[in-house]
Design a protein around this ligand. Structure first.
Ligand code: ZN
Length: 430
């Protein structure tokens, strides 16, 4: 099959040379064209000519979300205004939005990356792609849609929500690929089940983005919709938007497009790179981004690099699914807890469903308590509750090192959301 969006290099040693050239270009470009970066480099005592090898990346100072907010409305701008052809912004749940500028080349690069995702997920021009993600100033709708058109498949821009319309489109247009968040995919899947539509659909693949997903939730979605392929797509607004990598059919791990950016994994406390394969925070440096380059941008997302080559044969490196955010991590009774650890345990329990909440509270005795509220699986009855409760209790105590309170409630009692589902409720006054 003709590969239309291949890696820009043939092997890993070429990739290193390619990344070094991109890093040097980015350092020079940012230093010479952005007062922010110039000042940032000067404070750290660095000039771009000091970058001689890839290891020299570590000398460059980090950037953070605060730099985006301080530079509002055009943070990190490194081109003249007339070269900007579009802006996007993050959803801005707290304070000012992060605004991102794009040149024509930035948009072209983004779409090429995104088309590589569609290609890796084995789409063809015959596919009909229902895009139920947010349209507007954020990156999701524009990214999924423009790339779908460039790729040559048929886009159905249905947007988020509106289950009634989604059901009609799925059936009438013969949708083959569903693009959405995992939370939205679950809502769609449950609606399909409720209406008994599964056998009338032509759905083959799901491309789900920007949300940490447990294996149980993924399996539930695939089972209810009768699809065999489920791909995770990462989507960080600061790094173009969605489409900068994809999980392949070989495993749940994600290939990332290392010919467009360097991914470092650092210890969020010491800020030093972790050993290969260890969990840490994802830090991004772009190689060819013009309008708003990223240099050692701390994303707060946690993952680890997969060091073994992928059986699918792609030379592009891989990281594990996102395990949570370094600011999602919570501390209870002196123990650092990553919500993904609890996800993994719950996913292994067959008598409970995929939805859960973690509630943290400080009681009158002055101690902190962690309650895990889970739904009973829709096919189980209350007779299995005691056994499930004991099993989850033991597993959490052994693996997470915290003694939990386990509550099992009826199926469908926890709220579902078409965006990201909130699962952690910290009621402690700290
Ligand atoms: Zn692979």
């Amino acid at each position: 099959m003709l590969v239309r969006f291949p890696p820009k290099v043939d092997n890993l040693s070429e990739l290193k040379d390619y990344q070094l050239k991109g890093l040097q270009w980015t350092a020079n470009h940012a230093y010479n064209n952005s007062p922010f970066f110039k000042g940032h480099f000067e404070k750290a005592g660095i000039t771009p000519d000091m970058i001689k090898t890839l290891a020299d990346l570590e000398q460059l100072p980090f950037t953070t979300a605060a730099d985006f907010k301080d530079g509002y409305p055009y943070p990190m701008l490194s081109v003249p205004h007339e070269d900007i052809i579009r802006i996007h912004a993050s959803s801005g749940t707290t304070g000012k939005r992060k605004v991102l500028c794009y040149t024509q080349k930035d948009i072209d690069d983004w779409l090429d990356m995104f088309c590589r995702c569609y290609e890796m997920a084995n789409l063809t021009r015959k596919d009909k792609v229902q895009i139920c993600v947010g349209y507007g100033v954020w990156t999701a709708g524009a990214g999924f849609q423009m790339a779908c058109e460039k790729f040559g498949a048929m886009a159905i821009p249905s947007g988020p929500g509106n289950l009634e319309m989604q059901m009609t489109f799925l059936e009438d247009f013969g949708t083959t690929v569903l693009c959405c968040t995992a939370s939205m995919a679950l809502l769609v899947a449950q609606e399909v089940k409720k209406r008994g539509l599964k056998d009338k659909l032509n759905l083959k693949k799901i491309i789900a983005g920007s949300e940490r997903t447990s294996p149980a939730m993924k399996n539930k979605i695939m089972e209810l919709l009768g699809v065999e392929e489920y791909y995770d797509i990462p989507g960080l607004t600061e790094l173009y938007g969605p489409g900068t990598g994809l999980s392949c059919s070989a495993s749940e791990n994600l290939h990332y497009w290392a010919d467009y950016y360097i991914l470092e994994i650092i210890d969020p406390e010491t800020l030093k790179p972790v050993a290969p394969g260890e969990i840490g925070e994802m830090v991004y440096t772009t190689l060819s981004k013009e309008a708003a380059p990223l240099i050692r941008y701390r994303s707060r997302d946690l993952t680890r690099i997969i060091t073994e080559p992928c059986p699918c044969g792609s030379i592009l490196p891989r990281h594990a699914p996102i395990l949570g955010r370094s600011d999602d991590m919570f501390v209870i009774r002196g123990v650092n807890v990553y919500p993904s650890g609890i996800d993994t345990i719950l996913s292994a329990c067959k008598t409970i469903g995929s939805e859960y909440q973690i509630i943290l509270e400080r009681r009158d005795d002055g101690k902190d308590y962690m309650t895990i509220r889970v739904e009973r699986d829709e096919h189980s009855d209350t007779s299995a509750d005691e056994e499930s409760r004991c099993w989850i209790y033991d597993q959490v105590r052994q693996k997470v090192m915290v003694t939990p309170i386990i509550e099992i409630i009826n199926y469908n009692e926890l709220p579902r959301s078409e965006r990201k589902t909130k699962r952690i409720f910290d009621h402690r006054v700290i």
